[in-house]
Design a protein. Structure first.
Length: 577
């Protein structure tokens, strides 16, 4: 029996990252290879860092809708998939957490070589089967680096692909990871399978094709012999509205399982009114072509769909199958979240444009199979109020074509989009002329100039949230930030992360004009003094979040005094050991 210990060889997929696509600082790819930070603790550019942390993003005006049927145990917000050189039966996993540990909530292993006819095949004739090795809730951990190595459940296969899922709700600042090591036995080892009783059963969400025939075969005697008291009321005697209300509390897998218990439950569990809202993200390991096809007959009135993360790298969902689903079930769709879905390509975007005329919210962030021109088809939809294009390559003309018809657009995420640097100001001018009701705009790492920002601040007075983090072409000396806060008095969230030009005059303007401000990030400027920051804290009574990391003139002792003086505000200050 041979034991293997190996670090991750590659990062194959991830949902978000702090760093840019062209950099190695703070990027997901840093999780591959051996550890090079541990045992140090603190903020290091060589770490893997995600885009968000804590609960503040949920509180922001751009916070997304909640789905009713989301299982309470599903709390994952980010993920990263790792590939290893050798496939092994996992016996131990070590994860080096070097800043704000405690965010890992699930570890899964993929049997990418397995086949499962019952669950459906990919075009290659294989489907990746995912099993949970460990899961738990987020935790507040001591501020020190650690090697996280939870007890693992046994799985009956070898794996060379792991997935880590994260929840940042309890994280006070960015979590940072250094390395992942997988220990295991090779396929010839004497692997013991007796511990499988710990594996969570896989709830089926697909259809049972001959279910009606099977239900007809139920013995009437067996159904009638259930002993009940004289005063007891059978659930079948309840009004249909009450029955539907009771069933509405079940998540989708539970609803599907209830449908196989009797013809009565089959009828009610298949009622299309139970499927006006469908949150499939928590069940991403089970959602495949067969599952989508089985849901077709139930989703005639579907209004809200979250299929984010589904399909994964294993090609379990084909663009053709999902396009067919939208053709049958998309006419009333208002919400469609598809972030980090590999099957989302130009074919799917065309299907969205042709079959979802009422669509208001669309999230295709981190859908890396999309090309820059595909989004032009969305110009057929004039009802969009939310559009998330995070991390996508975006053709300038295609984006402009969409923006010109979206006069109702309220939330736009262009964070880390790859648009030609010289053309981004042109996009800003179109936003200013066509999207005057904009509430939130994420321009994280976009290369706009003061001219582009001016087009927004002069024409979008309702802006409440603006992320200008790492927009290095913006210069305070042009007066662009002063104009921003004067023209947008409703601003609640303002991120000026890593803008080295922010100065005393900018903070004075924020203190004077931004009385509704709730979140402010001025990380990385050396031109502001502690008194300037204090004036913002004093003048903005609704402030609940302030990041002054790497502000050289604001020391830790001063921040501790502020934390006592302004207990309602969470003040952040990054550091290194």
């Amino acid at each position: 029996m041979q034991q293997f210990s190996q670090y991750a060889a590659d990062v194959s997929d991830f949902s978000s990252q702090y760093g840019s696509e062209t950099s190695i600082s703070y990027t997901a790819s840093n999780l591959a290879g051996k550890c090079n930070i541990y045992p140090a603790y603190g903020d290091f550019t060589q770490a893997c860092v995600f885009r968000t942390y804590g609960p503040w993003w949920k509180y922001a005006p751009s916070g997304k809708r909640k789905f009713k049927r989301t299982p309470p145990g599903f709390v994952s917000q980010d993920f990263i998939e790792l590939e290893f050189e050798y496939a092994v039966h996992p016996t131990k996993i070590e994860i080096w957490e070097t800043y704000n540990p405690g965010t890992i909530v699930r570890i899964l292993a993929c049997d990418s070589s397995g086949t499962d006819v019952d669950r459906g095949m990919t075009r290659e004739g294989k489907e990746g089967r995912w099993k949970v090795l460990w899961e738990g809730g987020p935790e507040k951990s001591p501020p020190e680096s650690r090697i996280f190595s939870p007890p693992l459940r046994h799985v009956p296969f070898c794996t060379r692909v792991l997935r880590l899922e994260f929840c940042h709700d309890l994280c006070e600042y960015y979590t940072e990871l250094d390395a992942v090591c997988l220990h295991g036995e090779d396929s010839q080892g004497n692997y013991i399978l007796s511990g499988l009783e710990g594996v969570i059963p896989r709830s089926r969400i697909d259809d049972i094709s001959n279910m009606e025939e099977k239900l007809d075969q139920l013995s009437l005697r067996e159904q009638e012999n259930t002993a009940v008291g004289d005063d007891a009321i059978s659930i079948e005697e309840l009004p249909e509205e009450v029955i539907q209300l009771i069933l509405s509390y079940l998540d989708i897998p539970s609803l599907c399982m209830a449908s196989v218990t009797s013809k009565f439950f089959y009828k009610h569990c298949y009622d299309s009114l139970q499927y006006t809202e469908l949150d499939l993200q928590p069940h991403w390991t089970e959602v495949n072509n067969f599952a989508l096809d089985s849901l077709l007959s139930r989703c005639h009135y579907l209004q809200h769909l979250n299929i984010s993360w589904c399909g994964g790298n294993q090609n379990c969902i084909s663009p053709t199958t999902f396009s067919r689903f939208l053709k049958e079930c998309g006419r009333d769709l208002q919400t469609l979240y598809m972030s980090s879905c590999k099957f989302v390509n130009g074919e799917v975007i065309i299907a969205v444009a042709e079959n979802c005329p009422k669509l208001k919210e669309l999230d295709v962030g981190s859908c890396q199979s999309l090309d820059g021109q595909s989004i032009s088809h969305l110009s057929k939809i004039q009802t969009l109020e939310r559009l998330n294009l995070y991390r996508l390559p975006v053709d300038k003309d295609s984006l402009i074509k969409v923006l010109r018809v979206c006069s109702n657009l309220k939330h736009l995420n262009l964070g880390a989009t790859r648009i030609q640097e010289s053309r981004i100001d042109t996009v800003m001018k179109v936003i200013g002329s066509s999207c005057r009701n904009l509430i939130s705009l994420d321009l994280w790492r976009c290369r706009l100039t003061d001219e582009g920002l001016g087009a927004i601040t002069e024409n979008c007075p309702h802006i409440e949230e603006l992320d200008l983090g790492w927009c290095s072409n913006l210069r305070s000396t042009t007066g662009c930030f002063l104009k921003l806060v004067k023209n947008c008095p409703n601003i609640k969230k303002l991120y000026l992360t890593a803008n080295r030009t922010i100065c005393k005059g900018d903070l004075e303007a924020i203190a004077k004009y931004s009385r509704k401000l709730e979140q402010l990030d001025i990380l990385g400027t050396s031109y502001v003094q502690a008194d300037d920051v204090h004036s913002v804290l004093t003048s903005c009574p609704k402030l609940i979040f302030l990041d002054v990391s790497f502000c050289g003139n604001v020391n830790e002792e001063t921040i501790e005094i502020w934390r006592t003086e302004f207990p309602r505000c969470s003040i952040k200050k990054s550091f290194q050991d």
